[in-house]
Design a protein around this ligand. Structure first.
Ligand code: MRU
Length: 357
């Protein structure tokens, strides 16, 4: 399966080449494939904030490479370069609040730096960023297989799957989390059709997930977010499969706004909910979902469509994420293994395990 997944890889959102960071501008996809080159960490912080790069693991990876860019510039300037670098890292940390992968990656980079002398620091930081990148890709390959096995054990026949937002290659170092499982399930003949929520207001579903699935020939159909209950009733959806921006110690999951109502809808219709995320998305410092900061984004995302104003000024509530309580989740798939019906005890046991790959 690993080889078949590798052969099917079509989309890569992040490149590190000759000491420069290149990001595929996700705001312009799928109509335009524009790569932007980054030399300064402040520009990467802006790119994360403005969602040129998005998706929990991808913003962690981009931030790690931004630290390499910042360290190089600060070291060359001399003086208290480590102090100046800490300020750059703080700026990156403030780019977006919900996905814990950002803070996880910055902590790993800080720990790496602390263990190095000035002579070895730059090379070690670059190695660490590359390791964060490649291990995310590896984790996704492991999760893809584990998730597909769960689906096959449950029902070995082609079935209807439902997904929300984009937890695909574009959101990660490669292959994707939730969409990685969908890919592996498709290769194993387990997918009759994937229903894709368009995912208002940023349209990660119609612009990114649909694009990824179409490129790989996975049978899919796009629908408006509010069709979820109707689709589930009419089309016997077996699995809802989503990613996560942060998973709390008790198994509560922060993910794209709309995931919670999808989970409630799934439970009513007998569809199972699978959350797929690397262990870098698990935050054992958050006891439960209430401890997770939910990002609120610009009202313009609702007042305008594709830059075109569609209504008058008014108060807007635009949370970018919501919390799905653990008791609505059938299984969490990570690279360390799977957790069925998550709770605090099971999450703690999972986090004690070594990585599988
Ligand atoms: O606002 P976004 O597009 O960064 O939100 C992305 C999501 O909610 C994804 O589902 C999540 O980050 C998992 S990506 C593997």
């Amino acid at each position: 399966m690993r080889e078949r997944l590798l052969a099917a890889e079509k989309v890569v959102p992040i490149r590190w080449h000759d000491g420069s960071l290149y990001l595929l501008d996700q705001r312009q996809l799928p109509l335009k494939e524009h790569w932007q080159r980054f030399e300064r960490s402040s520009d990467v912080a802006t790119a994360i904030r403005d969602m040129l790069v998005r998706g929990a693991p991808a913003i962690g990876i981009a931030a790690a490479f931004a630290v390499v860019l910042a360290a190089r510039a600060r070291y060359a300037a001399g003086g208290d370069w480590r102090g100046a670098l800490a300020a750059d890292c703080q700026q990156l940390a403030e780019a977006r609040p919900t996905a814990v992968n950002l803070f996880w990656a910055l902590r790993r980079m800080a720990e790496c730096l602390a263990a190095q002398s000035d002579d070895t620091a730059l090379q070690a930081l670059e190695q660490e960023a590359l390791e964060i990148y490649t291990s995310d890709r590896e984790a996704n390959l492991v999760m893809a297989q584990l998730g597909a096995e769960v689906i096959e054990r449950d029902n070995p026949h082609p079935q209807h799957i439902y997904t929300h937002c984009n937890a695909g290659a574009l959101a990660t170092g490669g292959f994707g989390t939730a969409l990685g499982v969908v890919r592996a399930a498709h290769l194993a003949g387990l997918v009759e059709r994937v229903f894709v929520n368009e995912t208002r207001p940023w349209l990660q579903g119609s612009r990114l997930t649909a694009w990824e699935l179409l490129q790989e020939g996975v049978p899919m159909r796009l629908n408006v977010d509010s069709a979820a209950a109707h689709v589930m009733r009419e089309h016997e959806v077996r699995w809802v499969i989503v990613g996560a921006d942060r998973i709390a110690e008790n198994g509560d999951v922060a993910n794209k706004i709309g995931t919670y109502q999808l989970a409630v809808t799934a439970m009513h219709h007998g569809a199972k909910l699978m959350v797929v995320a690397p262990s870098s998305s698990i935050d054992m410092d958050c006891e439960c979902g209430d401890d997770i900061e939910i990002e609120e984004r610009n009202p313009d995302e609702l007042l305008s469509v594709a830059g075109q104003r569609i209504t008058v000024d008014m108060p807007v509530f635009n949370p970018s994420f919501d919390i799905t309580p653990a008791d609505l989740i059938d299984v969490i798939v990570t690279e360390k293994g799977i957790v069925e019906r998550p709770d605090e005890e099971k999450m703690q046991a999972l986090m004690c395990r070594k990585r599988l790959h």
